[in-house]
Design a protein around this ligand. Sequence first.
Ligand code: LLP
Length: 432
Amino acid sequence: MFVSDFLAVDHQGHLTIEGADTVALAQQYGTPLYVMSEGQVRESCRRFTSAMRDCYGENSLVIYASKALNCKEMCRIIRSEGLGLDVVSGGELYTAMAADFPAERIFFHGNNKTPSELQYALECGVGTIVVDNMTELELLDSLAAAGSKVQEIMLRIKPGVEAHTHQYVMTGSIDSKFGFALENGEAFEAARFAQKCKNLKLRGLHCHIGSQIFEIEPFCETARIMLRFMLRLKEELGLKIDKLNLGGGFGIPYIPEHDPRQPVEFLRQVSAVVHEQCEQLGLELPMMLIEPGRSIAATAGITLYTVGAVKEIQGVRTYVSVDGGMPDNPRYALYGSEYTAIIANRAKAPADFKATIAGKCCESGDLLAENIYIQKPVPGDLLAVLATGAYNYSMASNYNRIPRPAMVMVRDGSSREIIRRESYEDLVRNDI
Ligand code: LLP
């Protein structure tokens, strides 16, 4: 299947994920159910790590952006694959620490880290804090001083590059809440200030231009801009920056028309640009870092739902309602994101039925997909939505007091629960 080599259809016409029958998984664990393929997660990690080594060399690191899917088991898998970890809140950091992720390989991002989050990061011994703004720079320096620490930092830079993606996930231009702008001198002033901070060690520059990007050129352009800025810091401030983090944002195939580049293609081109540009500018090659999130987790995951009401409105459309919806996957409601879905218990039947997949919330916008083609559904069928491994569980809510689904990890045909299904009791746990 186009989304993942770990998806197939067996002789009974059942969708399988890494050798596990989705119909059996639904019976065993109930629906809605998030299912992840461990093999696919590991393969995606390896595609990035080996491409990085082959194209750029050993002086590099692939960091998993855990906002895509953060839970203890994902942190353990990422650790065992040798990647770094990007966290963006105290909660993501706590999860990583609870999974014994090595703190020195953690990068702490965020545009408004609170004093207590920064203090917690210092106590954990987080390797790198990616500083977003002047308030944070001053605060972190004083917290590090109080703790008698010297904290390694990177500065988050807005390179001024526009990538072709959804407005809500564009982050590289001056009109963004993230980071220091280059155009107005902010980034230069931040570096000058950081240089004077006794308890901070400025080692790198970071940028992230957006998410679900298919083109390679915006990343190349970003690399050129960042390296020119590095040269300026070297010449005007005598600052030696030896790490360049180009962020994440690599697109994945949600629908057959999506045709993302392979990590090796992307890294070959970007590495060539970094090599060329460093040579031209007389810069030493920096350590190169990238931060894929979606492209590690998304295609490894599917969500299984049970079909309930099938409401055909003559001359309008057919709503196929499932037992989940925007609480477990808000991406269609938020961004109009497209998905591919399959009736998992009859996956060999022709997908010739035009359906709008609706959730169970009291909200008309609670849709998972509109006007897509699936096998003709009947109540009780199992519907699989593909490529839900990233930004689904991590963005899930309890809207309408709907408990979050369980998550199961499949490895070579056998499954294990890695996140328990929430109970009604869980929902009132913090109610007083
Ligand atoms: N690094 C930084 C600093 C980021 O902000 C992000 C994503 C990443 C790396 C990873 O980007 P990825 O490789 O996953 O595209 N909720 C949205 C996506 C928001 C992305 C936020 N930052 C969605 O569901 O499409």
